[in-house]
Design a protein around this ligand. Structure first.
Ligand code: CMP
Length: 151
């Protein structure tokens, strides 16, 4: 299996109907979608997902934001997908995110930054296990577009 990452469209992205455009960017870049679901994130998942932020002053607001509506959780696979996704997503603070990145094109404030992307290969593995059951991930392969992500 090549590298995988967890991407999540946050509640503001779902409410603003940005899911399709975000999915399109990852498909166009050449990554392969191997898992996707819409869900209202439970507090225990969010608490584990943001385990390193519990002491931050913005943590209660972050939990409220992430619970304010459904999220779309996805697993994308491909060459260097963790690093490349972070570049596509842009800086955590949309004010610092370059135009052309997802946050740089769709958001203006750090507390409503539209999308999550795992920050390391190890983090991605942990997050994928947290958000997805193994049976929800589909190993599929097809001939036609594989050359765009396989080296
Ligand atoms: P992300 O990098 O996906 O994961 C941590 C999230 O915490 C981050 O996106 C923001 O949504 C949120 N966050 C980080 N820093 C702040 C901040 N200073 N104020 C509010 N929210 C923040």
């Amino acid at each position: 299996v090549s590298e995988r990452t967890l991407i999540a469209v946050k509640p503001d992205g779902v409410q603003r109907r940005l899911v399709g455009q975000i999915v399109q960017r990852f498909e166009q870049r050449g990554f392969k979608l191997v898992g996707m679901k819409l869900l209202q994130a439970r507090e225990d998942i969010l608490s584990q997902h943001y385990h390193d932020l519990h002491k931050k002053p913005f943590y209660p607001n972050l939990l409220r934001y992430m619970s304010s509506g459904p999220v779309v959780a996805m697993v994308w696979e491909g060459h260097n997908v963790v690093r490349t996704s972070r570049l596509m997503v842009g800086n955590t603070n949309p004010a610092e995110a370059y135009p052309g990145t997802i946050r740089g094109d769709y958001s203006v404030h750090i507390s409503r930054n539209v999308i999550h992307a795992s920050d390391s290969v190890e983090g991605a593995q942990r997050e994928i296990q947290l958000w997805f059951d193994r049976r929800e991930l589909v190993d599929w392969d097809c001939c036609d577009h594989s050359s765009s992500y396989q080296v």
